[in-house]
Design a protein around this ligand. Structure first.
Ligand SMILES: C[C@@](CO)(OP(=O)(O)O)[C@H](O)COP(=O)(O)OP(=O)(O)OC[C@H]1O[C@@H](n2ccc(N)nc2=O)[C@H](O)[C@@H]1O
Ligand SMILES: Nc1ncnc2c1ncn2[C@@H]1O[C@H](COP(=O)(O)OP(=O)(O)O)[C@@H](O)[C@H]1O
Length: 284
């Protein structure tokens, strides 16, 4: 049977770096919200054993593709736990809409969707907590996509607390550059000592992203994009970039600005969602 699954994008509505662990990873306080915009995965569970991506990416070898890495991880784990046998297989196709390396979490979201969907299709019976722990091995943002609820995250993103920020409309814009996460975390000028605050305190204060200054300094296009957007609405970076978002109370207001966007800007309008489209699909 062929099934289709949403794989939504996320925004980091704020992102603060509060320290650095001994292993070099940065301690964050961040607020995740999903978008009603994302990729669509088509998955066919088979009994032929193989895990196949029918729509390979030009930019990513199959071996490194998070779709197949997530599928392999679930298969290995479920085989060891004797929840499936070696004949469990799957074929994947994806309609990719989320720009890669954009800070919109596309790769992590694809991994989460694959774990959740195969858990259902292969009837592995793992809880969301177990899937999230597995997903964390693939990327810090995978657990929030599995959990499916907007969340305040601490640590490197593994401690999640459900949150319900306003579901605003966003103009999300891509400056045409891809920014690798390590380039930002490795920058000497990065702010790494923002004091830790409670969620209540954070919700009451204006929101920022500690990566923004470094990204604006290193990538002129991101700076130009923010200068342009800030004329119209509060705007900032998501994740470690490259995408930025401007927030609006209505879709019409966001679309009016979209129409004014200069040609070099690729942008779309989407709504913030506190329950992810994947979560909604699961409860259908
Ligand atoms: C900071 C966030 C916020 O959403 O950025 P985006 O990737 O979405 O832009 C994520 O948590 C990113 O997590 P994740 O996507 O797993 O990071 P990776 O690409 O695996 O990290 C690449 C490298 O960045 C550094 N890194 C990453 C996360 C972190 N909290 N501290 C770090 O220092 C590490 O050197 C790591 O090896
Ligand atoms: N299925 C996938 N979708 C997107 N990126 C993937 C995928 N598999 C592996 N990657 C790699 O992960 C990197 C980060 O991707 P992504 O999660 O979309 O961006 P970000 O971490 O900036 O939000 C990409 O640049 C790409 O090399």
């Amino acid at each position: 049977m062929i099934t289709t699954w949403p794989s939504p994008a996320k925004l980091n509505l704020f992102l603060y770096i509060t320290g650095q662990r001994a292993d070099g990873y940065h301690e964050l306080q961040t607020l995740f919200q999903f978008l009603d915009f994302g990729d669509t995965l088509t998955i066919e569970a088979t009994q032929r054993g193989a895990l196949t991506l029918h729509t390979p990416f030009a930019e990513v070898e199959d071996e490194n593709n998070l779709i197949l890495r997530a599928a392999r991880l679930l298969k290995t784990t479920a085989l060891a736990d004797q929840r499936i046998d070696a004949s469990a297989g799957a074929g994947f196709s994806i309609e990719k809409r989320i720009p890669m390396g954009g800070g919109l979490g596309g790769g992590s979201s694809n991994a989460a969707t694959v774990l959740v969907a195969l858990n259902r299709l292969w009837q592995c019976g793992y809880s969301a907590e177990t899937l999230a722990a597995l997903g964390l091995q693939l990327g810090a943002d995978v657990p929030v996509f599995i959990d499916g609820h907007a969340a305040f995250a601490e640590g490197v993103g593994e401690r999640l607390y459900p949150a319900s920020p306003p579901e605003k409309w966003y103009l999300v814009a891509h400056p045409g550059v891809s920014i690798p996460t390590p380039a930002v975390f490795g920058d000497h000028d990065l702010t790494r000592d923002t004091p830790r605050r409670s969620l209540n305190q954070l919700m009451d204060e204006p929101w920022h992203n500690d990566c923004e200054a470094v990204v604006r300094k290193r990538f002129r296009k991101v700076d130009e994009l923010l200068v342009w957007l800030l004329e119209y609405a509060p705007s900032r970076l998501t994740g470690t970039g490259a995408c930025v978002f401007a927030e609006f109370d209505t879709e019409e207001a966001a679309r009016r600005v979209l129409e004014l966007a200069p040609e070099w800007i690729t942008a779309f309008v989407a709504r913030g969602m506190n329950i992810s489209p994947l979560q909604k699909r699961l409860s259908e």
